[in-house]
Design a protein around this ligand. Structure first.
Ligand code: ANZ
Ligand code: ZN
Length: 767
């Protein structure tokens, strides 16, 4: 007697049983090697999409596989729950962001449960939970005490009409205007909180050698940190002021034909002569409206103005003109450059446009010294020319030699620059962890005492689309007494970047609520030490490549900072990282509502069950590649599960002719192995059939079947012979038979000779 495979019934049944029996709850177990597997926590957008399924299914299968190999596996889940969408929804619907967020979380929990993954739900961490963000604030406080958090003026987008700061998303168009009133946005300096991630730049770069992460992620991080080795060289203005430039090519110093200062450079006003003043002022105002990314875009038309001033090149005494241009950034190097148009692309474009001289100082690989039609980097071959004492020096190794010479003559010093900036964590938003700082007119900046954490978000803030945090208008939140002198003071009303909260969720998961409701202390540990020592760090982390430079860099920085504070004793938060690919729509394009090619995984779970969807996603191709959704292939996986069901439940339709009773022990062994090997990918059907077979404990707590390789060794193997892609004959040979022997035997087969019809072999598979 057998019932047909009914995924809906067995899937909910087993999900309930697993939860009741707590088989996915994790306990420390010194007798087993631990395995902490984590997939990037989802944002509670309110809907679990195909991308989530594709991130979580293989992670879950891998976690289950590890468990069946004797590991004690911890596979937690949670929500990265702060952020702008909740606030926008609040403005639209008049509801508090917390309401929107928690309702979405409830819905997504149900969707996640349907996947049947082995998540340790009792460790679920939600970053918007006060029990979570009290620790985010505790970390901020720790960073503040250690000087890792500091306050500094930093530019934000500002609408002069609405009189408010704008979020990046609120600045529209190429001309960068205010989303609401259309006024061109300006940059305004506000006091903002930053973390000193730049202190860790070298470590963040160098430690990548010790982690098993995809090369692409490492490459992206490498570029983002952007370590440049070169020199700072001191020029002098006509007024006698030192003007220091940063260059990665001190070997081209003799080719500098002009200088360029960032429009914000401190010396601009003093070098500008009277007749150029108004042009310089106008240019400065225009540059102030753009951010560094726009200014630095390689394809941006180069613009600039002459200041009327000159500076002396220390290596040859030449007086060269000083320009200002927005392609030079104040925030990089010294905010001033020597321009070498012959060997730098941007300088070349600029010199061509403004008819400034171009002087070649590096020969071509073949010794060419003639004029250049475009900038020639000349980093590897060639030699220095027109370079005084260095004429004839090969470029290879020239940088080091010139730096040495500059240092001896006191004209410059070797210097390293990073593209990486300190991490600006202040957000003029409401739905984030409040920055635990109080400003007192008497005492200045006063951090909220540890015992008074968390600084709670008010649940009655009013949402107005002002672009500024509603906390600023919430009197009960904003006005407080100073913790030091008791006088009237004000709270910081900015909240923390959500990336701050997601930088430590791998630690939160370990024992988040272990100090629920208790007052915090400076020397607390944010998680249960015993558990932390056992589980940390993460062994396998998985998630999308789009996080290569933000989240992944931040969480590594965070861990290094915690190590320096004595909170953890390791350098890297995640030993291994894997980036899954992307599932495209059936049309092979990125899924989007406007394209109408969005696949809703819930519909497919309704139709086929979660096991089919899981299996389908597992077999779509290599996990890091992804691919288009294929309606036929999912049918195929579903049919496979029906067949397995039929075979195991002895459905006569599936096992005709009737089995020979003599092979039953072997058959049973085969069924057993099949179910064990299916378990990681198809957790429900394998559990059901495991029990149909008479087992009483969960299939997921069994050991992976092991093969006896000696017994598996075959005496003979059958080799199929194809001609033009069609099977024409077979050969039975000993395993490991040499390719030339095989080829000879194959060509001698009667069928093969016939199909070859006297022709020569053009290509064979090389056996
Ligand atoms: C002269 C020179 C000659 C340069 C040459 C390059 C090639 P990376 O590698 O990105 O660090 N530079 C320096 N400070 C700058 C700033 N604040 N804004 C824009 N550009 C700046 O680039 C370093 C090079 O970028 C420096 O070396 C400088 O141009 C320019 F054949 O100096 B170079
Ligand atoms: Zn005070």
């Amino acid at each position: 007697m057998s019932e047909r495979y009914n995924p809906a019934a067995i899937e909910t049944k087993w999900q309930t049983v697993w939860e009741e029996q707590g088989i996915d709850k994790t306990q420390m177990d010194e007798g087993k090697p631990k395995w902490y597997a984590l997939t990037m926590l989802p944002y509670p957008s309110g809907d679990l999409h195909t991308g989530h399924w594709y991130a979580y299914t293989p992670s879950d299968a891998a976690a289950r596989f590890k468990r069946m190999h004797g590991y004690n596996v911890f596979f937690p889940i949670g929500f990265d729950a702060f952020g702008l969408p909740a606030e926008n929804a609040a403005i639209k619907r008049g509801a508090h962001p917390a309401q929107w967020t928690w309702a979405n979380i409830a819905r997504m929990r149900t969707q996640l449960r349907r996947m049947g993954a082995m998540w340790a739900w009792d460790s679920e961490a939600v970053s918007a939970d006060p029990e979570y963000y009290k620790w985010s604030q505790w970390f901020f406080r720790k960073f503040y005490d250690a000087g890792i958090a500091y306050r500094e003026y930093a530019p934000v987008d500002w609408c002069p009409t609405c009189n408010t700061t704008l979020a990046r998303e609120q600045v529209w168009g190429d001309d960068r205007h205010c989303e609401r009133c259309g006024t061109p946005v300006i940059k305004k300096n506000l006091e903002q909180w930053k973390f000193r991630i730049t202190n860790y730049a070298d470590e963040l770069l160098d430690d990548m050698a010790q982690i098993d992460w995809p090369e692409r992620v490492k490459g992206d991080a490498d570029q983002w940190i952007g370590r440049s080795i070169g020199a700072e060289v001191t020029f002098h203005t006509e007024q006698g002021d030192p003007l220091v430039i940063f260059t990665t090519r001190p070997d081209t110093l003799w080719g500098a034909t002009f200088m360029v200062l960032a429009p914000e450079h401190a010396l601009v006003d003093s070098v500008t002569t009277v007749e150029y003043r108004s042009a310089v002022a106008a240019y400065k105002a225009q540059a102030a409206r753009m951010d560094e990314i726009e200014r630095g875009a390689a394809d941006k038309e180069k613009t600039g103005v002459f200041t009327g001033g000159f500076a002396r090149n220390p290596v040859n005494g030449e007086m060269i003109p000083i320009w200002i241009a927005d392609y030079v950034m104040m925030g990089y190097g010294t905010g001033a450059i020597m321009a070498v148009p012959a060997h730098d692309e941007r300088d070349f474009a600029f010199a061509t446009k403004y008819q400034l001289p171009i002087r070649r100082v590096i020969t071509g690989p073949d010794g060419a010294t003639g004029p250049l039609a475009e900038a020639y980097a000349g980093k590897e071959d060639g030699a220095m020319i027109n370079s005084g004492p260095f004429d004839g020096t090969p470029v290879e190794g020239a940088v080091t030699k010139v730096i040495q010479w500059l240092e001896e003559k006191n004209l410059g010093v070797g210097a390293v620059n990073y593209r990486l900036r300190d991490w600006l964590i202040s957000r003029q938003r409401m739905w984030g962890a409040p920055i635990p700082i109080i400003y007192c007119p008497t005492c200045g900046v006063v951090p909220v005492p540890y015992e008074e954490l968390p600084v709670l978000l008010p649940d009655d803030a009013e949402f107005r689309p002002t672009g500024e945090s509603p906390l600023k208008y919430h009197e009960g939140f904003r006005y407080v007494k100073c913790p030091t002198c008791g006088g009237d003071a004000e709270r910081e009303t900015d909240t923390m970047d959500t990336f701050m909260c997601s930088s430590w969720y791998q630690y939160a998961d370990v024992s988040l609520y272990w100090k629920k409701g208790e007052p915090l202390k400076a020397d607390d540990l944010p998680w249960d030490k015993e558990k932390g020592d056992y589980w940390l760090p993460v062994d396998q982390y998985t998630g999308g490549i789009e996080h290569a430079t933000m989240h992944l860099l931040y969480t590594r920085f965070f861990t290094k900072a915690l190590r320096d504070l004595g909170v953890v004793n390791f350098d890297e938060p995640m030993q291994r990282l894997f980036n899954q690919g992307m599932i495209l729509g059936p049309d092979g394009e990125k899924m989007s509502k406007s394209r109408g090619n969005v696949i809703n995984p819930d519909e497919f779970v309704d139709r086929y069950g979660a096991d089919t969807v899981r299996g389908y996603l597992m077999f779509i191709g290599p996990w890091d590649m992804g691919g288009p959704w294929d309606m036929n292939a999912i049918e195929g996986v579903h049919r496979f599960l029906h067949r397995v069901w039929g075979v195991v439940t002895d459905d006569p339709q599936m096992t005709n002719p009737t089995l020979d009773p003599n092979i039953t022990p072997v058959w049973n062994q085969a069924i057993r192995s099949l179910l064990l090997m299916m378990a990681p990918i198809f957790p429900h059907i394998s559990e059901e059939l495991w029990h149909v077979e008479g087992n009483t404990s969960s299939v997921h707590l069994q050991r992976w079947p092991e093969a006896d390789l000696e017994k598996a060794q075959e005496d003979e193997v059958v080799v199929v012979v194809q001609v033009n892609g069609k099977v024409r004959d077979k050969l039975t040979v000993a395993p490991g038979t040499d390719a030339t022997v095989l080829r000879k035997q194959a060509l001698a087969l009667e069928n093969v000779t016939r199909w070859m019809a006297g022709k020569q072999v053009q290509r064979d598979c090389g056996a």
